[in-house]
Design a protein around this ligand. Structure first.
Ligand code: HEM
Length: 118
């Protein structure tokens, strides 16, 4: 249940990160530029810049979680065909971004689960 309630009703809407050095963020799913002429595969970022990663958007991508991604439907896990393709999700808990991911990922997610915070 938590694996669908948290993505749809996240506790933390977006995670701000401050960029430590000039870099580029590769996009897992390239997007078209506003004029539709270019395919954008990475986003350049500068040192000191603050970027926000929107948790709900990431966890409710329809091309990853299916057409009902934004609908609370925990039964989806009963159908293996409705599971996201391996490698298309984030590396966070359950393939989700609601606890962030990487070395600064929430350290209390197991306790949160144990206490039924979600
Ligand atoms: C539903 C419950 C919870 C949610 C959705 C949540 C979510 C998050 C998120 C999104 C972050 C940011 C990670 C980042 O900066 O990349 C975070 C960090 C953190 N959380 Fe949680 N959290 C929850 C419960 C808890 C609990 C119960 C504890 C401790 C008892 C906890 C302890 C922490 C700590 C210490 C950090 C900082 C980790 C670091 O910066 O290295 N969280 N949490």
């Amino acid at each position: 249940v938590g694996q669908r309630s948290l993505p749809i009703y996240p506790v933390i809407l977006k995670c701000p990160f401050q960029v430590q050095q000039d870099d580029v963020i590769p996009l897992h799913f390239p997007v078209k530029s506003a004029d539709g002429k270019r395919l954008i595969r990475e986003v350049p970022v500068s040192k000191g810049q603050v970027i926000h990663i929107p948790s709900r958007t990431v966890d409710c991508l329809r091309n990853v979680w299916g057409e009902d991604a934004g609908i609370f439907n925990p039964e989806r896990f009963l159908d293996p065909a409705k599971m996201p393709i391996s490698g298309h999700t984030t590396s966070g808990w359950g393939g989700l971004f609601c606890f962030s991911e990487g070395p600064r990922m929430c350290v209390g997610f197991r306790l949160g689960k144990l206490c039924r915070l979600f």
